[in-house]
Design a protein around this ligand. Structure first.
Ligand code: PLP
Length: 375
């Protein structure tokens, strides 16, 4: 047996062997597993309208942005997002590319320290690992712990890049962005990097994220957004100063060394983002059903403050229980996937429910009833 099968056997015995699901895993089920928070992925009317109105039909860029002869759809989307965010915008092929590229590149400037929340996404951790900058992690969502680290590293660095998510992907809680941004007054070397992957489309009056909701645009130096979640598309962007954009064009390896997104996909993102900015009713509905669902989960499980968003975890305590509850729910018609280590720390294995604006209050009541029976 090879070393690889030994490792796979160990994963299996620890209940954390991953499988790619067969076929359409959500067929006939109420799907709480995707990040399609506005329920747009299934909207045939939007796809039809795009195909009718937008002439773009190029399915490949044929090269990296730095070499491609097609530039116009990228430029248009960057300019549009730039005008919404009041920043300079650079597109990346995915959120994974954006974080690995931007975090590693920004960390390559001399005398930089990265100060990241303990629960940031794997793409940020990989960006930190790829870069050369020293890094430290502060306690999750704890601005006092962050302050202590900033005090410690202020003297020995030229810049401290604080990296957080606005809505955390596995816990659904929201970073204390106001408190974190306020630290910039005491630490002028601090740059604030916020990954809004799970908040784009969902938070803020135009769906631009928690930064918009809290009016912190001027305090956030680098904002990352992704298109594969509420935008029902694919790709990502980094918004920052013109200088940061130029720097990333020259140093973000995931930007430089990867074929740019297909133009047709970029044109679709431009088309759908504009619609999303005015989906205030959908955002309000999602907010309302999420509040109902969160209090239902709290009632059923006795957990407190389960989340502050459309992402709601149900703590199972171990892999086996997470898998068992997920299977039982699936048998009853609801798809909510178990989240196991190493995606989450040991002991915090869970089911992750992600709600979307296409669900009704009746759907949410039904999920709660089935959940109560399943556990
Ligand atoms: C916070 C966060 N950032 C980035 C990503 C990666 O985005 P993408 O799926 O576009 O690669 C994810 C993916 O789930 C995420 O949760």
């Amino acid at each position: 047996m090879s070393v690889y099968s030994d490792i796979l056997d160990r994963y299996e015995s620890e209940g954390r062997l991953r499988h790619i699901p067969d076929g359409d895993a959500a067929a006939g089920l109420l799907d709480c597993s995707t990040n399609d928070y506005l329920g747009l992925a299934a909207r045939a009317d939007i796809a039809d309208e795009f195909l009718r109105l937008v002439p773009e039909r190029r399915f490949t860029s044929g090269a990296s942005r730095l070499l491609a002869s097609v530039q116009q759809p990228y430029g248009e989307l960057e300019e549009y997002l730039g005008s919404l965010y009041g920043k300079s915008v650079l597109l990346f092929n995915s959120g994974y590319h954006a974080n690995t590229g931007a975090v590693s590149a920004l960390g390559s400037a001399p005398h930089t320290v990265i100060v990241a929340d303990k629960l940031v996404h794997a793409s940020i951790i990989d960006g930190i690992t790829l870069g050369k900058a020293p890094y430290v992690r502060f306690r999750h969502n704890d601005a006092a712990s962050l302050r202590r680290l900033l005090e410690k590293h202020d003297g020995g660095s030229d810049r401290m890049i604080v990296v957080v998510e606005s809505i955390y992907s596995m816990d659904g809680d929201v970073a204390p962005l106001r408190e974190i941004a306020a630290l910039k007054r005491d630490f002028p070397k601090m740059l604030l990097y916020v990954d809004e992957a799970h908040a784009i489309g969902v938070r803020g009056c135009r769906g631009l994220g928690v930064t918009e909701e809290l009016g912190l645009e001027a305090d956030v130096d680098i904002l990352v957004g992704t298109f594969g979640k509420a935008c029902a598309s694919a790709g990502a962007f980094v918004a920052g100063s013109a200088e940061i954009r130029d720097f990333l064009v020259n140093s973000a390896r995931s930007f430089i060394f990867s074929t740019a997104l297909p133009p047709v996909n970029v044109a679709f993102t431009r088309f759908i983002f504009e619609k999303i900015t005015s989906m205030t009713a959908e955002r309000a509905h999602l907010d309302s059903i999420s509040a109902i669902f969160r209090s239902g989960v709290e009632r059923i499980t006795g957990q407190k403050n389960v989340s502050q968003s459309q992402i709601v975890p149900l703590m199972a305590g171990c892999n086996a229980r997470a898998v068992a509850i997920s299977s039982e729910l699936r048998r009853r018609g609801v798809l909510a996937l178990p989240i196991r280590r190493p995606t989450v720390p040991p002991g915090t294995e869970r089911l992750r429910f992600s709600l979307n604006a296409g669900m009704t209050e009746t759907d949410v009541d039904m999920i709660l009833t089935l959940l109560k029976e399943a556990i």
